[in-house]
Design a protein around this ligand. Structure first.
Ligand code: CAA
Length: 268
């Protein structure tokens, strides 16, 4: 297992430089076809800074080619308490204040890159969520393909309560999963969704007792790896296209992907 963690400034074989991960509060382990990204500031409930989002983007950019499944998890009692609130009091790198709209747009786009790579068809992304998943933490879980939740999970979209909008790619998957009415209700009340409701709304595909989370994720990962790799990539591409496509476009996409599969399986 190649591990990249806090430490001296040597570049790692399988990911961003160690100092980048350490500053980001992230740990990256790559074991064959599986990469595990751990949000690793348990003493701050894995609160996220700009460095965290940039670190996630750097992991996405440098992921080894053979990786097929990426697991995101949190160290300590919670998945993530969202944005590090100390940033609001002017500690560390300041916020873009929006006065230069173009610069602020670029700034947020850079942070969003920490989330968008999780949709790449070449990988299946699994969020292993326990405890609190608030704001940017909830959005990180939403950016993954599949969410496995512990029965102590607490999802909360806190941004509107702080005067902000959710801007880390979470609004689209939230609406696609729960519908506009429920998404509005969840965001504009900033209320907490517990495990039973999360399962019912489709915010978690699998819910297990807290002490069974790691085993449930390991079982899921093994099942994902057992599927033909090319078919997995093509199917993920196809399914993510489906909500935007008309039936006609989707049928054409199915034919196109199947031709690729048939060529690979039976072509001479
Ligand atoms: N930022 C910075 N520090 C945080 C933090 C955060 N978001 N969340 C927790 N911490 C710190 C606490 O200050 C505390 O530090 P000390 O030990 O020094 O006092 C430590 O982590 C442990 O926290 P708690 O004792 O509160 O732990 P808990 O398990 O009892 O409660 C919690 C956990 C419910 C997550 C609670 O800490 C909490 O409500 N945190 C704030 C959550 C929040 O409002 N996040 C912002 C979301 S909005 C967002 O994310 C916007 C965006 O992306 C743009």
């Amino acid at each position: 297992m190649a591990e990249a963690n806090a430490g001296a400034g040597t570049a790692t074989a399988a990911g961003p430089a160690e100092e980048v991960l350490a500053e980001a509060g992230l740990r990256l382990e790559v074991d064959g076809a599986v990469a595990t990204v751990t949000l690793n500031r348990p003493e701050r409930r894995n609160a996220m800074t700009f460095a965290t989002w940039r670190g996630l983007a750097a992991i996405g950019r440098s992921l080894p080619e053979g990786v097929r499944v990426v697991v995101l998890r949190g160290a300590g009692p919670s998945f993530s308490a969202g944005i590090d609130l100390s940033m609001f009091s002017g500690e560390g790198e300041g916020f873009a204040d929006g006065s230069d709209a173009a610069a602020t747009d670029r700034f947020i786009a850079e942070l969003q890159e920490g989330y968008t790579w999780l949709r790449r068809p070449e990988i299946v992304t699994v969020a292993a969520v326990h405890g609190h998943a608030i704001g940017g933490g909830f959005q990180l879980a939403l950016a993954c393909d599949i969410r496995v939740a512990a029965d102590d999970v607490r999802f909360c979209m806190k941004e509107p309560a702080l005067g902000l909008v959710p801007d880390l790619t979470g609004t689209k998957p939230l609406v696609e999963i729960v519908g506009i009415g429920r998404a509005l209700e969840l965001c504009l009340t900033a209320r907490t969704v517990h495990a039973e409701e999360a399962a019912r709304l489709g915010l978690a595909e699998i819910v297990v007792p807290r002490d069974g989370l790691d085993a449930a994720v390991a079982e899921l990962v093994a099942s994902l790896l057992a599927v033909n790799p090319g078919a997995a990539v093509a199917t993920k591409r196809l399914l993510w296209e489906a909500p935007q496509n008309t039936l006609e476009q989707q049928c054409a996409a199915e034919r196109r992907e199947q031709i690729g599969r048939l060529r690979e399986l039976f072509g001479k």
